[in-house]
Design a protein around this ligand. Structure first.
Ligand code: PLP
Length: 458
């Protein structure tokens, strides 16, 4: 077999891709006809494809390459760690320095008494851990029947059976018999699409109180935990009204329900603080982490666990019968630790708060002057715009949901900008190191793409 390299013609790479590579969240037969875009390298906020196009990555990969592409320091740490100790597990009463050092660093950065880390290989795995952990917690407390976890419709918590069940994506639940038992879903705090005539504040309270109603319906003695993304990401960068999270917190506290914040996207600087929970004023018992933990340079995730939950499970007198081969993988842990150090050394959170966010906010808000754009939201460096045929009524397009969004996404692709669409919402989550001059390029390409999509539907 010939060696497959970056230098092969695009068509040949696409043919091999179509023949042997099944893609996540993709209709592969349709992609095979079109051919995948082949990405060959990355530097800073830019990607290069096999045709030599330079693409501004407005999504930081999948919301993860927070330090930007091509950071030598991380490659060097990985190489060093592979030579020193490429792998060892953390089962059977063993540990190693990278896992210890990273856990200590995460505990230092995490707020309150979130002092303990259980490692996973991804966000999905970490959420599976959370299901088992909270059920184990209540079991040890003598309340095994307190095992239902409440989540939201249109939430995304991963693709494993557990993660997808916690998530509220109808398309995922429609395939493969999900959700698993004892997961319940309430409505999301998506004011723009579902708020009707209510003010955002009224709507935020109403949606939070659905949690109280659900707990009353199921019985507090049956409900183990509530899980939510501080800001829904894959659902469309939905920023909840200011009234929402304080009310959710009040309800969890009142009924003795554990609160899990899924920080897979919002963790490690994305919202301008270390954690989205700090930005939204939430005090969770458990956080799910992944993505930005290593800036996507190595696959790693985990759960950060408060003292009470940890002490209960750890002190139960029995093993917690759960773990992954790659829990605390030494190479991934070493890379993640260096990534966190670099975020600190380079004052990346300050850059997000004081430079990139204010500049992008001004330019992003400017997009609401475009005839297609009904609202523009941006927290830290995660943002969305809602496309609408009527800004006054926040109406949806008459065409199939997402057609205009898909068309705009395709125009972005053609204009060398990665911007995702969720239905008719366009979303961005660029590397946290993006500079104002690069934000100008992002906005220029986004505007051109919106103009082209608008010209097609006018
Ligand atoms: N939780 C949230 C909030 C996510 O956005 C994601 C991925 O996008 C996950 C969990 C799943 O993480 P992973 O894809 O690493 O399994």
């Amino acid at each position: 077999m010939t060696t497959i390299t970056n230098h092969m013609p695009t068509k040949e790479l696409q043919a091999l891709d179509a023949a042997h590579h099944m893609h996540p969240f993709t209709e592969d037969a349709a992609l095979a006809k079109k051919g995948a875009r082949i990405i060959t390298r990355g530097k800073g906020v830019f990607l290069t494809d096999s045709e030599g196009n330079e693409i501004l990555d407005g999504m930081a990969g999948l919301w993860c390459v927070n330090l930007g592409y091509g950071r030598k320091e991380l490659a060097e740490v990985a190489a060093r760690q592979m030579e020193e100790l490429c792998y060892y597990n953390t089962f059977f009463q063993t540990s190693h320095v990278p896992a210890i050092a990273l856990a200590a660093k995460i505990a230092e950065l995490a707020p309150g008494d979130l002092n303990h880390v259980f490692y996973a290989g991804s966000g999905s795995e970490a959420n599976d851990t959370n299901i088992r952990l909270v059920r184990r917690y209540w079991d040890v407390k003598g309340k095994p029947e307190k095992n239902i976890i409440i989540s939201r419709k249109n939430a995304y918590h991963g693709s494993t059976m557990g993660g997808a069940s916690l998530g509220g994506m109808s398309g995922m639940h429609a395939q493969g018999g999900l959700p698993i038992p004892n997961i319940a879903h309430i409505n999301q705090p998506h004011w723009y699409a579902e708020g009707g005539d209510m003010t955002p504040e009224e709507f935020g309270l109403a949606r939070a109180r659905e949690l109280e109603a659900k707990i009353e319906e199921l019985g507090a003695d049956r409900v183990a935990a509530f899980i939510g993304e501080p800001i829904q990401g894959a659902g469309g960068v939905i920023v909840p009204p200011s009234t929402y999270w304080p009310e959710i917190q009040r309800i969890c506290d009142k009924y003795g329900i554990l609160l899990i914040a899924d920080e897979v996207i919002t963790g490690f600087g994305r919202t301008g603080n270390w954690f989205g929970s700090q930005t939204m004023g939430i005090k969770p018992h458990i956080m799910t982490i992944a993505k930005g933990l290593s800036s996507g340079y190595a696959p790693i995730g985990g759960s950060i666990i408060c003292d009470e939950v940890y002490n209960t499970v750890a002190g139960s007198g029995d093993d917690f019968n759960h773990g992954y081969t790659y829990s605390g993988h030494p190479v991934a842990s070493a890379v993640a630790l260096r990534n966190l150090e670099m975020l600190e050394e380079e004052n990346v959170l300050d850059h997000v708060r004081n430079v990139a966010h204010p500049y992008l906010m001004e330019r992003w808000q400017g997009l609401t002057d475009h005839p297609l754009v009904g609202e523009a939201k941006l927290v830290g460096l995660m943002g969305s715009i809602a496309l609408t045929p009527n800004k006054e009524t926040r109406a949806k397009f008459a065409s199939d949901a997402g057609t205009v969004g898909y068309m705009t996404r395709e125009r972005c692709f053609a204009n060398n900008l990665v911007m995702r669409h969720v239905g008719d919402r366009m979303i961005i989550s660029p590397p946290l190191v993006i500079k104002p001059s690069e934000i100008d390029i992002l906005i220029e390409r986004a505007t051109r793409s919106l103009d082209e999509a608008y010209a097609k539907i006018k």
